[in-house]
Design a protein around this ligand. Structure first.
Ligand SMILES: [Zn+2]
Length: 230
């Protein structure tokens, strides 16, 4: 089972990706992580990425896709959950090609839908643990609701982010880049929109219900999926 999780900044995508990864024993592939891993390895590609990022630029689609393919090739887990890639329509098409080359298939794309007003609200109010200062995107993003993951503190303070314009720009960029992606996945019958306005556990339940159906489907259709893919 290979899935992509799409969602704007503040949608709780990172939290959901972690929960789903654990529940289904999938490899979580995030762009930031694979870039950092490649730099750490000190490969020629890693050194190139390091130079680009030190100049404050972002690696090209070709570079991101090359390390994505490398990571996917070395995969021990049977399935993956992608977070942060693909980000553009071009990347989405290339990711399908990579999966096909490696005898895999992207089964489902989950879009966490949260309206912009709510996102601005979430992003501009960051919760910090009063005891240890660990930041949380909202009051539901701790593993146990209302309890700090690190120190088990139960008191949180809010900090008003002073750059609402920066938040607006991030959301505009996301909306602009993601719309064509949603169209592409919808046209190939792989898109499911999940209501990301609900509390974390309800969002997780919606995703699990979808993935449960997908597992039944994939295990019943041997002609379409090999056993290794499930
Ligand atoms: Zn704490």
């Amino acid at each position: 089972m290979n899935i992509v999780l799409l969602g704007p900044p503040g949608s709780g995508k990172g939290t959901q990706a972690r929960l789903i990864q654990e529940r289904y024993n999938l490899a979580l592939i995030g762009t930031g992580d694979i870039l950092r891993e490649e730099i750490k390895k000190g490969s020629s590609l890693g050194r190139e990425i390091k130079d680009i990022m030190e100049e404050g630029r972002y690696p090209s689609d070709d570079i991101i896709l090359a390390i994505f393919e490398k990571r996917l090739k070395g995969l021990k887990e049977k399935g993956t959950i992608l977070d942060g890639v693909p980000r553009t329509l071009n990347q989405a098409k290339k990711v399908d090609e990579i999966f096909a080359r490696l005898g895999r298939k992207l089964d489902a794309v989950i879009h966490l839908a949260v309206n912009d007003e709510e996102l601005v609200k979430r992003l501009s109010h960051r919760f910090l643990c009063r005891t240890c200062g660990t930041p949380y995107t909202n009051e539901f993003s701790t593993k146990i609701e209302g309890v700090c993951d690190k120190c088990s503190g139960r008191e949180f303070i809010r900090r008003l982010d002073d750059e609402p314009d920066a938040i607006k720009t991030r959301l505009e960029v996301y909306n602009e880049q993601t719309k064509p992606l949603l169209g592409y996945y919808s046209a190939t019958n792989r898109l499911t929109v999940v209501d990301g306005m609900k509390p974390v556990k309800d969002v997780t339940a919606q995703i699990e219900s979808l993935l449960g159906k997908l597992q039944v489907l994939t295990s019943n259709s041997g002609c379409l999926y090999s056993a290794q893919d499930i």
